[in-house]
Design a protein around this ligand. Sequence first.
Ligand code: ZN
Length: 183
Amino acid sequence: MAHAMWHSRWAVVWAVTLSLLGGCQRHDLMALTADAATEGNVAKSIEHSEAEWQAKLSPEQYRVCRGKGTEWPFQNAYWNHHGDGVYHCVACGEALFDSKTKFDSGTGWPSFWSPIGRGAVAEGDDKSIAEHPRTELTCCKCGSHLGHVFDDGPRDQTGLRYCVNSTALSFRNRAKAAARPER
Ligand SMILES: [Zn+2]
């Protein structure tokens, strides 16, 4: 009896912790059991050591994705890219943004008014600039830094602007992806 109560209490703690992480609810939290949580099945997360990330990513990708860096505006791959497809996390391959939600923000960075789905990206406080606190975006699956979200996006959509570094993204054309489905 006491054992069961301990489990259910941890299920609640996990659910609250995950909801506080800001959006990584890829699964129905209420359906989670404490056993699933303790076995690490809450969300399919990818973890690498810093040395492994450095080996996997280019120096620029590592600087942006793992070091929370920012690339130059108007001098990146996707700010003016209009292909039809899906933008994936360059570090882990997770689908993050659909080109259907991309818009020209005039900022010089690829901008979207929505992530591809609930649970694709997480939001957190970024107080690195004291007088200008921002909301940081990270990939839910691997935790890589993507960019920031602001509330000056298109009013006829969500009103949000997901401002993302091209360096953190890898575009996959929709027609090509359909012809050669991923395994
Ligand atoms: Zn990722």
